[in-house]
Design a protein around this ligand. Structure first.
Ligand SMILES: Nc1ncnc2c1ncn2[C@@H]1O[C@H](COP(=O)(O)OP(=O)(O)OP(=O)(O)O)[C@@H](O)[C@H]1O
Length: 518
C-alpha cells in the first residue's frame, strides 16, 4: 500500500502515550498527512523535540529514548509492550459488554468478529479493545488495518478496500479495518466502505466518542453492532494504575513486598533510588481522572518523571518497619501531574460547559485576549474543534447578527476549514474567527425579535390564526375560487412602498422587534 500506514500507527502510539489530541504529531520520516503540523510549527508545550537530522517535530515523552527506526515503532505498537493491554484478560472493566458469558466476549473468543462500532467517552478503552482484537485476529491469519478518520482521505479508504479485495481473492485472507474517531468521516466518506462491509470484504471496527445515531450513516450503523463502553469506574482505574505501577517499577509505600520487581523499560530504572508512591496518591488519581484511563496514566507518568527529574530522596519507613531512602510520589505530586496533563479540562463534564460559556461571554464582551485564552484552554485540553466551530456559528447570529452579517460566513468557513484540515492546524482558523468575533460590532436585534415570535406562538391560546387569504398560494382554480391570493399586491409592480398586511388579522400591529406590543 502506498499510503504510509506506519505514519498513522505513530499517531496512534502518541495517543497511546496520552498525548492530548492537540499535541499529537507525526513521526520523523513520515510524509506529513493532512491535518498534521508543519515542521517546526504548532509544537505543543513540552515533550516536543527536533531530533538531530530530522526536519519534523516528534513527540518524546519525558525520559523516553528515541526509537531507532520507524519499523521498530510499528512493531512496538503491534506488540504493545507499553501499558496498553494485549489480551482480554488484562482488559479492565466494561463487564456489561465484555464480562464472562457476554455475546461479544464469546464472539471474540471464537474469533467471529462482527463489524462493530465502539462508542464511549475518551480513554475508556475503545482503541485498546480494537488492539486486543488486532492481536488475536493476526494470530488467526487475518489482516488488521488501522486508519484514523482525523487524517485519512477517501482515497486512503479506497486503497485499503482494494487491497482487502485482493487479499480476499488471492489468499482468502480477511481484513479488519479499524477506523478511529469514525465520526470525523463525513457521510460520503462513510458511504465509500458501506458496500464492502455489506459484502464482507472488510470487517469494520469504528471507534467514536460521539453518539453514532447522529454521526454514523444509518445504513452503515445497521450493519454494525454498537458496543457502548462506559467511563471506567474508580475501581477499574485503580486496577489499571496498579498495572502501570508494576510496569513502571514503582513500589506502593507500605506494600513494598507486592510490587518489588521493576519491569523492563520502567521509568524507575532511570533513578538510582527506589521510587515509592503513596497508596492515597493512587486512589486520588483513580478518582480524579474521571474514568479516563489515558489521562490517569499520563498523570501518573508525569508525576513520577517530574519527581525523578527533581532528584532528592526522603527517609521512609517501609512495610516491615525498616527505614529506606527513596523518591516519594505523594498525592500533591499526582495532582500536579494531572494539571500538567490537562486533565482538569473534563471534555464531557462541567468544565466543558464552563469553558465554552467563558469563551462565549468573552467574545460577547469584546475581549479578544480572554477569548483566545478560553479557546486555547479547550483545544489544548483535547476539545473537539468542530464542537467549538459549531458554537461559533451560533454566536455569529446570536450576538453579532446583522451588525456584521459576514460573521456568519466566517463561522461557517471556520467550521469547514476545521473539518478539512483537523487539529492541530485548524486551531489558528478558530483563533482567527474568535478574534474576529470579539472585535466585531454586536447586535442581538434578530435574536431577540425571533425570541419574541417564539414566545408569542408558545403563549397563544386556542387555534393559531389562519394564513390571510391574500397571502396564500394559488396553485388550483378551486383555490382561486375560494379567494386564495385575492387582493394580493405583487410588490415589484409598484413604484411606491405597498400598503399591505402580512400578519394574521389578530396580530395586526404586533412588532416583534419592539417586544410584545407596539
Ligand atoms: N479497559 C481498559 N483496561 C485496561 N487499560 C485500559 C482500558 N482502557 C484504557 N486503558 C489504558 O488507557 C490508555 C488509553 O485508552 P484507549 O486509547 O483505548 O482509549 P480510547 O477509548 O480509545 O480513547 P479516545 O476516545 O480518547 O481515543 C490505553 O493505552 C490503556 O493503557
Amino acid at each position: 500500500m502506498v499510503f504510509p500506514q506506519r505514519m498513522k500507527l505513530s499517531y496512534m502510539s502518541m495517543k497511546d502515550q496520552g498525548v492530548p489530541q492537540a499535541q499529537r504529531f507525526w513521526r520523523c520520516g513520515s510524509a506529513r498527512p493532512r491535518g498534521a503540523a508543519e515542521p517546526g510549527r504548532g509544537a505543543g508545550p513540552g515533550g516536543l523535540q527536533l531530533p538531530k537530522g530530522c526536519g519534523r517535530p516528534r513527540f518524546l515523552p519525558p525520559g523516553e529514548p528515541m526509537e531507532p527506526t520507524e519499523g521498530a515503532e510499528e512493531e512496538r505498537l503491534v506488540q504493545c509492550p507499553r501499558l496498553r493491554p494485549d489480551t482480554l484478560g488484562d482488559y479492565v472493566g466494561q463487564e456489561p459488554v465484555l464480562g464472562a458469558q457476554t455475546l461479544l466476549r464469546s464472539l471474540l473468543e471464537s474469533h467471529e468478529i462482527p463489524s462493530l462500532i465502539l462508542w464511549g467517552p475518551p480513554g475508556c478503552g475503545k482503541t485498546t479493545l480494537a488492539h486486543i482484537i488486532a492481536n488475536s485476529s493476526k494470530k488467526n491469519g487475518m489482516r488488521f488495518v488501522t486508519l484514523s478518520a482525523t487524517s485519512a482521505k477517501t482515497n486512503d479508504v479506497r486503497d485499503v478496500i482494494s487491497q482487502a479485495q485482493n487479499e480476499k481473492r488471492l489468499f482468502k485472507r480477511k481484513t479488519i479495518l479499524f477506523i478511529d474517531e469514525i465520526h470525523r468521516f463525513n457521510k460520503s466518506q462513510q458511504d465509500t466502505f458501506l458496500p464492502h462491509v455489506e459484502c464482507g470484504t472488510v470487517t469494520l471496527i469504528g471507534a467514536t466518542t460521539e453518539n453514532p445515531s447522529f454521526q454514523v450513516n444509518a445504513a452503515l450503523l445497521s450493519r454494525c453492532r454498537v458496543i457502548v463502553l462506559e467511563k471506567l469506574s474508580v475501581q477499574a482505574m485503580e486496577a489499571i494504575l496498579m498495572r502501570a505501577v508494576r510496569f513502571l517499577g514503582l513500589q506502593v509505600l507500605g506494600q513494598e513486598d507486592q510490587h518489588c520487581t521493576p519491569a523492563t523499560g520502567s521509568s524507575s530504572k532511570s533513578s538510582e533510588f527506589p521510587v515509592y508512591i503513596e497508596e492515597k496518591a493512587l486512589n486520588t488519581l483513580a478518582y480524579l481522572c474521571d474514568g479516563d484511563a489515558r489521562t490517569g496514566l499520563n498523570g501518573l507518568q508525569l508525576a513520577v518523571q517530574a519527581r525523578i527529574a527533581a532528584g532528592g530522596t526522603t527517609p521512609l519507613s517501609t512495610a516491615k518497619g525498616g527505614a529506606a531512602d527513596g523518591i516519594l510520589v505523594t498525592e500533591e505530586h499526582v495532582k500536579e501531574g494531572l494539571q500538567r496533563s490537562h486533565i482538569l479540562y473534563d471534555r464531557a463534564g462541567e468544565e466543558h460547559y464552563n469553558c465554552i460559556s467563558a469563551l462565549h461571554k468573552s467574545m460577547r464582551g469584546s475581549d479578544a485576549n480572554a477569548s483566545l485564552y478560553w479557546l486555547a484552554r479547550m483545544l489544548e485540553g483535547g476539545e473537539d474543534p468542530l464542537y467549538v466551530a459549531r458554537r461559533l456559528v451560533r454566536f455569529a447570529s446570536e450576538d453579532i447578527g446583522l451588525a456584521d452579517p459576514l460573521a456568519l460566513t466566517q463561522a461557517v468557513a471556520a467550521y469547514q476549514g476545521c473539518h478539512f484540515i483537523g487539529m492541530p492546524e485548524c486551531e489558528v482558523i478558530l483563533a482567527q474567527c474568535v478574534v474576529y468575533f470579539a472585535r466585531a460590532p454586536k447586535s442581538i436585534e434578530v435574536y431577540k425579535a425571533y425570541g419574541n415570535v417564539k414566545e408569542c406562538l408558545r403563549t397563544h391560546t386556542g387555534p393559531l390564526p389562519p394564513v390571510p387569504l391574500h397571502l396564500r398560494n394559488v396553485p388550483t382554480r378551486l383555490m382561486k375560487n375560494l379567494g386564495y391570493g385575492k387582493g394580493y399586491k405583487y410588490n415589484p409592480m409598484y413604484k411606491e412602498p405597498v400598503e399591505q398586511d402580512y400578519l394574521p388579522e389578530e396580530l395586526k400591529g404586533r412588532d416583534f422587534f419592539k417586544g410584545r406590543e407596539m
